[in-house]
Design a protein around this ligand. Structure first.
Ligand code: CDP
Length: 223
């Protein structure tokens, strides 16, 4: 694999995209960018600045506020910084997960992040995961994968992760959030979640991380 190659990983919520993207990034020594973290970062900002209160979003307010937002994903640590503050932990809060898909459906938010995500691909090869990486952000990516898995398996994995972080949440709430996000992400007008026609699909329900990693390597090396 060429170090200037772009690997795009898309798919449904909590299918293991970021875990595998990180493994590939270590293996090929190219940066990993979690595009979902950026959408989560803007959602957290809107909540903290009270631009989003409950389900009420002040769209104009968010549009204006965007001009003052500096959001940066640090390749080395995998942390996300918003105006200099490390928000890597806060963006995983269930409150952020509950609202991120509505924020990510807004075209002005997508335009704002699209420019930044594409810019990262100008600088070097990379592996990026998200929902529209192989379809919109990098339609010319060298390698494209699309992850799926059964909802209950995904919810169990995410539930364990959140529990390990000390968050108080039930399995049912996690499952409901995943199903709701998948629907919103798939049904939105701008850059909906879709498998790119040339992406290789993988169901991770009954595969370990090592097995999925071996599958990805084999596909990349065979190309
Ligand atoms: O929970 P999971 O890690 O699967 O999701 P994420 O990658 O953190 O993404 C959170 C949310 O951001 C998604 O549910 C989408 O609404 C949005 N997103 C998007 O619209 N486009 C992307 N390229 C990445 C994420």
């Amino acid at each position: 694999m060429n170090p200037s190659s772009i690997i795009a990983i898309d798919g449904f919520a909590s299918t293991g995209k970021s875990t595998l993207a990180k493994r590939l990034s270590q293996h090929y020594k190219i940066p990993f960018i979690d595009s979902g973290a950026m959408y989560r970062g803007i959602t957290l900002f809107a909540i903290e600045k009270k631009i989003l209160k409950g389900d009420n979003l002040d769209r104009k307010g968010l549009g204006f506020a965007l001009e003052g937002i500096k959001i940066k994903f640090d390749f080395n640590s995998g942390d996300l910084f918003l105006n200099g503050e490390n928000i890597a932990e806060k963006i995983r809060l269930p409150l952020v997960s509950d609202h991120v898909s509505s924020i990510a459906a807004l075209s002005f938010i997508r335009d704002f992040l699209l420019k930044q995500l594409r810019q990262m691909g100008q600088e070097s090869g990379l592996v990026m995961d998200g929902r529209d990486i192989g379809t919109v952000v990098f339609p010319e990516a060298d390698y494209k994968f699309f992850f799926n898995a059964q909802p209950e398996v995904r919810a169990q994995r995410r539930f364990e992760e959140l529990k390990a972080q000390g968050q108080k949440i039930t399995f049912d709430a996690v499952l409901e959030n995943l199903i709701q996000r998948d629907a919103l992400d798939s049904d939105r007008d701008v850059a909906p979640l879709r498998r790119a026609y040339d992406a290789i699909e993988i169901d991770t329900s009954e595969r370990t991380t090592d097995e999925v990693f071996a599958f990805l390597l084999q596909k990349i090396e065979a190309k």
